[in-house]
Design a protein around this ligand. Structure first.
Ligand code: ADP
Ligand code: ASP
Ligand code: MG
Length: 311
């Protein structure tokens, strides 16, 4: 079993999403577990909206909400041209947008702007994106089950930087995810978001979908975690800023962890630990050029066996 995580950078347009979906389809017989972030830029847009609500800027709020609505509906139309097949997803998108509008209105009214408030607003990006992805995968004939991450990713209550409670997560992932996979479904779930023990929505911090993916892999004993992004691996420096950057073909867990701690944006700080503890390799690959190289993170002595399994 493998976990495939798609970051926002892989979900920037209908065309980009098609590429991501093709990668899932290519692995459909394995019934991968798919973790998805919000569409590119949507979490930033939501932060901006929350700030506009705090500043009581009704005009920015109105415009921003419209943009988010249009973007998701248009992407859905591109990916699922059949109007009838789209209806249910459009209804679900609309209820999330109504929820978002209410939360923002409440912030606007109360002028309360805490980490907990943000946790009720920011993950809407992931709830919207996964609805569109699920519809698109179904449109391609895949059996997909969308699981609300709050049902399985139980965390502590540190809003904005929550940490998964592994024993609880293991129990709930086994109950909420494994049965669907056993029935032959590709399971899709949101990155970044979880729930504390009393049901409050929490988030894992920016870039937190990486941690969602490694946590899921660890508790269900996956064979590997694929981090699909817009660069073909981890480099010695940011390849977007430094064209001469060199890709690391292999990294140990410690090396990858150190790079993430040093602020290499490619992996969220802390996401390596669950995979390392369970000895599960993490492979970083480019959604737009899957064959053009990768970084393999894990115990190097496992490398040859895992390489064969990854092909
Ligand atoms: P995603 O949306 O897929 O999670 P991120 O933006 O979080 O993607 O991470 C990918 C980006 O990380 C790349 O576009 C790249 O510019 C940046 N980056 C920063 N440092 C590095 C590095 N050392 N190696 C590779 N990419 C890096
Ligand atoms: N969407 C969230 C963010 O932009 C989480 C993630 O992408 O991993 O930070
Ligand atoms: Mg990221």
């Amino acid at each position: 079993m493998r976990v495939m995580k798609f970051g926002g950078s892989s979900l920037g347009s209908a065309e980009a999403i098609r590429r991501a979906l093709r990668l899932v389809e290519a692995r459909r017989v394995e019934r991968p577990l798919v973790v998805a972030s919000a569409f590119d830029g949507v979490t930033d847009a939501l932060l901006h909206l929350a700030d506009a609500a705090r500043r009581s800027d009704a005009e920015v709020l109105e415009r921003g909400l419209q943009q988010i609505r249009q973007r998701h509906l248009a992407t859905l139309r591109h990916l699922e041209p059949d109007a009838l097949a789209r209806q249910e997803t459009e209804r679900a998108l609309n209820s999330w947008l109504v929820y978002l509008e209410r939360e923002l209105a409440e912030t606007f009214r109360s002028q309360r702007f805490t980490a907990r408030t943000l946790d009720s607003i920011l993950p809407v990006g992931e709830f919207l994106s996964t609805l569109v992805l699920a519809a698109a995968l179904r449109g391609e004939g895949l059996g997909v089950h969308l699981v609300d991450a709050r049902q399985w990713l139980i965390t502590d209550s540190r809003h904005g930087e929550a940490r998964p409670m592994l024993a609880r997560v293991r129990e709930s992932a086994r109950a909420q995810i494994s049965p669907w996979r056993d029935r032959g479904h590709v399971v899709l779930t949101q990155g970044f978001v979880g729930s504390d023990e009393v049901g409050n929505t929490t988030t894992l911090g920016r870039g937190g979908s990486d941690l969602t993916a490694t946590t899921l892999a660890a508790v269900l004993g996956a064979e590997m975690v694929e981090i699909w992004t817009d660069v073909g691996g981890i480099y010695d420096k940011d390849p977007r800023q430094f064209p001469e950057a060199r890709r690391h073909a292999h990294l140990t867990y410690d090396q990858a962890s150190q790079l993430a701690q040093l602020g290499a944006q490619i992996l969220q700080r802390g996401c390596v630990a669950p995979a390392a503890a369970a000895n599960i390799p993490i492979v970083v690959r480019n959604t737009f050029a899957p064959e053009a190289g990768e970084t393999w993170i894990g115990n190097l002595e496992m490398r040859s066996g895992e390489q064969a399994a990854a092909m």
